[in-house]
Design a protein around this ligand. Structure first.
Ligand code: MLT
Length: 419
């Protein structure tokens, strides 16, 4: 940056969220102006054809199809195809594609050796991201800068095929349980459920209510435009690293509590309310307390200023699954009461604090027998098609390497101290 003479004065304006914003009209960069937008909250980092999100109206569409239609009428793998290739597959295309995926669901036996090195205390997300990175070593064509479209497509199919296996293994590791291998005769989601719960619970993998709800849950998490993990996948992919490495970076971004950890925080909040006797009015009053506010988790969204369209669908899935399992979870009652209050109490209505997608998903996962540290892994499994679509799109656009500039605010010239 060049400033007038040697003075180093940065005009600072107070941003609407209390953040500092530079008065860029007074700054001149050597190669154009720089906008200080830490976290890219207001700067479009790319154009994209994958997902449309209107936070004012509460609209979410993938490739032009509404999330409501997709959740109601498609399977998760069909939505994955739509996100990645831009069209809903016809029956024959889908049959060919899904059987190709299922054939690649086994992982190299040497990955098992890496897996065996993890302590059972390792967080499943750490195990998952490490194993996804390791796929580059076993399939080196994925990192070849001259890879052709067939090699790229094989990498995509392999990653989709192997993630459920690695995700289920990361669960088994955390529980100290023996591993299950994939069965290529199963469909995608039932295969995952079988590797997770075989011999443990009722046959989730063949129960139509459970499988329908699981497909919906994964569809609802499939993509959400340029959030932290999707942007990470694009940035890492922009250096021409392999898809495996870029997605592994996305998994790590998702691991953070501000991104993928929200549904775990909701469960912990509901448990706190329950342990305190379940007096919801007390916690609502505390949430409004300006001096020491109780944070209501699972409400509001950085982008949505309206109902998160995913939360309506997920609420219904929660009812269906708990009903099917015959589970009477008091946390669901607390959640529903909280939601009723949030939708009617002027304090919450004015602040547009509607329940978001994370509000009910944890209750479903808990009822199915997933421990809380697996919640982010399930998010990653659902988000994988979105990450792949974002990566593929950015490569097809030949998006340049991401190289953000900075606004330097440190010392200018300093005399080196004399001895
Ligand atoms: C998501 O689904 O990725 C979350 O809602 C986070 C976000 O969109 O920022």
């Amino acid at each position: 940056l060049q400033y007038d003479g040697n003075t180093y004065e940065i005009p600072v304006l107070e941003g609407s969220e209390g953040e500092k914003a530079l008065d860029i009209s007074k700054l001149r960069a050597t190669s154009g102006l720089i906008t200080l937008d830490v976290g890219f909250k207001n700067t479009g980092s790319t154009t994209s054809n994958v997902t449309f999100l209107d936070g004012e109206k509460g609209i979410l569409r993938h490739r032009g199809y509404s999330i409501e239609d997709l959740a109601e009428k498609s399977s998760f793998l069909e939505v994955a195809y739509l996100l990645i290739y831009g069209e809903l597959p016809d029956a024959q295309t889908f049959e060919n594609w899904s059987s190709r995926i299922m054939k690649h669901s086994l992982v190299h036996e040497d990955i098992r050796k890496i897996f065996d090195g993890f302590p059972s205390t390792a967080h499943p997300m750490g195990v998952l991201s490490s194993l996804v990175t390791s796929l580059t070593a076993f399939h080196p064509e994925s990192i070849d800068p001259n890879r052709d479209s067939a090699a790229i497509d094989l990498t995509i199919v392999r990653l989709l095929a192997k993630l459920p296996t690695l995700a289920a293994w990361s669960f088994k590791n955390s529980q100290g349980l023996p591993l299950e291998y994939p069965n290529a005769k199963n469909d995608y989601v039932s295969n995952f459920m079988q590797m997770m719960f075989k011999n443990k619970h009722m046959d989730y993998d063949v129960d139509p209510v459970i499988m329908d709800a699981m497909n919906k849950l994964l569809i609802l998490h499939a993509d959400h435009e340029q959030n932290c993990s999707a942007a990470t996948v694009r940035v890492v992919g922009s250096s021409l690293s392999s898809l495996y490495v870029a997605v592994s970076a996305g998994i790590n971004a998702l691991w953070g509590s501000l991104h993928g950890g929200a549904n775990q925080a909701v469960i912990e909040m509901l448990e706190t309310i329950q342990a305190d006797g379940g007096n919801i009015d007390k916690f609502i009053a505390k949430a409004k307390d300006k001096n020491d506010p109780f944070r209501l988790m699972g409400f509001g969204h950085r982008v949505y200023k309206n109902f998160d369209p995913r939360s309506r669908i997920i609420k219904k899935a929660a009812d269906d699954i708990l009903d099917r399992l015959g589970v009477n979870d008091p946390l669901l009652d607390i959640a529903k009461k909280l939601e009723d209050i949030a939708l009617t109490d002027p304090y919450f209505v004015e602040k547009k604090l509607y329940p978001n997608v994370d509000f009910y998903s944890g209750i479903i996962y808990k009822a199915l027998g997933f421990p809380t540290e697996m919640f982010t892994v399930l998010f990653a499994l659902g988000r994988l098609p979105g990450w792949i679509a974002q990566w593929k799109e950015s490569r097809e656009m030949v998006q340049p390497i991401s190289r953000p500039r900075q606004v330097y605010t440190g010392e200018t010239h300093r005399a080196y101290p004399e001895d």
